[in-house]
Design a protein around this ligand. Structure first.
Ligand SMILES: [Fe+2]
Length: 208
């Protein structure tokens, strides 16, 4: 299996034309979900699509708040995000939603009904006038890019949703196809395929 992320700048990673990686990572030495050893650390994924409308996909873990916000700001380059797509309310994807929505008060949250229900339990933010509820198969045009949403209930939690970007044919898959480890080890170092598969299997059986 060959994987590649093209790196642009120190932190900013270009996944495809106008689609950027904004995630951040931590060293090991703690228990993921308080039970799984992660000696190689963990990567918390988040993405930004820069188009006529700008969409941020997920907000990463509280442990990487500063790095994630710095990545987001670098990618946005002073622009304001139109949408925050929430795929999964587990805190490793969603811990920074409150901070993000306070920082960008005009950003609309895109999520399904269950996600909005859980979000209201986790964050004290007023979403009136800034929520866009989606259901199976709905699409959201950003300009050249279009996101299509598919429900993936119990791919870890009941509210999980994945987003498919039609132009570049990229699936933003929430916990599905997740893995442990740091992204440079997983994707960027040569000869890591076997380790990638071992950790992917461990993630699949324990988390998914
Ligand atoms: Fe999860």
């Amino acid at each position: 299996m060959t994987m590649e992320l093209k790196i642009r700048g120190d932190k900013m990673k270009k996944v495809a034309e106008n689609i950027f990686y904004a995630g951040a990572q931590v060293d090991g030495g703690f228990l993921f979900e308080n039970q799984y050893e992660v000696p190689e650390g963990v990567t918390y994924n988040s993405y930004v699509i820069m188009d006529e409308k700008i969409a941020v996909l997920d907000t990463a873990d509280g442990k990487v708040k500063e790095q994630w916000l710095s990545n987001i700001e670098e990618i946005l380059s002073g622009k304001t995000p139109d949408y925050l797509v929430v795929s999964h309310m587990e805190p490793d994807h969603a811990a920074n939603i409150g901070i993000f929505l306070n920082k960008f008060p005009n950003t609309t949250v895109v999520a399904n009904q269950k996600t909005f229900d859980i979000l209201a339990c986790y964050f004290d933010v007023d979403l009136s006038g800034r929520s866009h509820m989606v259901k199976e198969g709905d699409t959201l045009s950003l300009g050249a890019h279009t996101l299509q949403f598919f429900m993936a209930p119990m791919v870890h939690w009941p509210e999980v949703m994945v987003s498919y970007e039609q132009k570049e044919k990229i699936l933003f898959s929430a916990d599905a196809f997740g893995n442990f480890g740091k992204i440079e080890d997983i994707f960027l170092a040569p000869g890591q395929e076997e380790k990638w598969q071992e950790d992917a299997a461990r993630y699949f059986f324990n988390i998914v």
